[in-house]
Design a protein around this ligand. Structure first.
Ligand code: CA
Ligand code: CA
Ligand code: CA
Ligand code: CA
Length: 393
């Protein structure tokens, strides 16, 4: 029994010598968790090296020995030796991480540097490495005597993007604004923040709001604002009225080539603020009646005598509204004999009397139709049309 156990040990333990890979075949034992990094991200590294699992009952390490070291380097800086540790006692996979620290740079244009560049650490998770805007991080491992495996991954700055959560909002919506720029993930182990400018047609001064990173390494920043048509802009509340466009922009100070490192560029987006009331309910039209020149209602209508068509419209919402009140009169053959319109603006809840003169050419049975639209170009109905029969003797 004892001899058999010894025999098994002898078969399995020399793995160190037997599992050297075939270098003529594609072989990439060094892995990173992303294929490209931003300048201040974290790089999680794993190396498949079963031959370095020298004890199946113990967590082993690689890279810390001068003779078979791991070196992690950017263009100008490097960490060596850097130790990686086995993911469990018998995995043969060794892992660790480093944090890129970038270079001295002001990412928000306030004149103050926002980075803390440093190169220090010996693994497996305490490494910091300075990196440039367009850099390449190489990880090399002297895997066996005279045999070094290398993996390189690029580092670059990115164009940021900004967007509203919808194209159109109403006043009581909660509005999300999202900036995606992984260059602003300045600390991959903490939630970072950035500043967004928001403004509206009615308040071009607007607000500066804070956007928080959605997780430690996301580079994805969200701010939530509300709107008010009654109070001035303050905190995360923006003054805007229906019909406004609202805007959000941020200033990207981390632009990829061909921009220079000191360039900056605004990235901007917009959304529309619509009325919360249905369009058709925004203006109320009273039935029309006919009057004489003094405004007294008349009940008998005669050809060739001037009359006044009298109506009124009421703004049913709390905001100024443009309107066009359109009259159309058709004779009994369905032919339009008169068209006129009144164009204007209603202040909040205003009731406006409208009067238009009309001289019927001949006795007939006429139909008077009214329409209320927001504008002659858009022709969005603001009220249901009306139709009245007028018999002229
Ligand atoms: Ca082990
Ligand atoms: Ca700054
Ligand atoms: Ca972060
Ligand atoms: Ca950027």
């Amino acid at each position: 029994m004892y001899l058999i156990l010894v025999g098994l040990f002898l078969i399995f333990s020399p793995a160190y010598a037997e599992s050297i890979p075939d270098y003529d075949k594609p072989y990439a034992p060094i892995f990173t968790d992303k294929s490209v990094y931003s300048w201040t991200d974290k790089i999680i590294i794993s190396v498949m090296a079963p031959s370095w699992n020298s004890n199946p009952n113990q967590i082993n390490s690689i890279g810390h020995l001068e003779s078979h070291s791991i070196k992690i380097s950017s263009g100008e800086y490097s960490l060596k030796p850097y130790r990686l540790t086995e993911t469990n006692s018998n995995s043969g996979i060794f892992s660790g991480e480093i944090i890129l620290t970038g270079f001295l740079h002001d990412v928000d244009g306030d004149g103050i540097f926002d980075t803390n560049p440093r190169t220090t650490g010996n693994g497996p998770t305490n490494g910091f490495l300075q990196s440039d805007r367009d850099d390449s991080i190489s990880i090399s491992f002297e895997f066996a005597d005279g045999v070094t495996l290398v993996e390189s991954i690029p580092v670059s700055w990115n164009h940021g993007t900004i967007q509203f959560s919808k194209d159109t909002f109403v006043l009581n919506d909660s509005i999300q604004i999202r900036v995606i720029d992984s260059d602003l993930n300045l600390n991959p182990e903490m939630i970072d923040s950035t500043t967004i400018e928001v403004f509206s047609d009615s308040d071009v001064g607007g607000l500066l709001v804070n956007a928080m990173e959605t997780s430690e390494r996301s580079g994805d920043f969200i701010s939530t604002i509300t709107l008010s048509a009654d109070s001035s802009s303050s905190g995360n509340r923006l003054y805007a009225v229906p019909g406004d466009a609202i805007f959000a922009k941020y200033d990207d100070h981390t632009l990829p080539k061909p921009f220079s490192k000191s360039d900056n560029q605004y990235v901007e987006t917009f959304a529309k603020i619509d009325h919360s009331a249905l369009a058709l309910d925004r203006i109320h039209v009273s039935p029309v009646f006919l009057s004489d020149g003094f405004g007294n209602p008349i009940t008998e209508y005669l050809a060739n005598i001037q009359m006044q068509i009298v109506g009124s419209i009421e703004n049913k919402i709390n905001y100024d509204q443009e309107f066009i009140y359109f009259f159309q009169i058709k004779n009994s053959d369905g032919i339009v004999t008169s068209i006129s319109w009144i164009q204007g603006q209603l202040s909040p809840n205003q009731i406006l009397d409208i009067s238009q003169s009309w001289v019927p050419e001949k006795p007939d049975s006429y139909i008077l139709e009214t329409y209320v639209w927001n504008s002659l170009t858009e022709l969005m109905p603001m009220s249901p049309p009306t139709s009245t029969i007028i018999i002229v003797n």
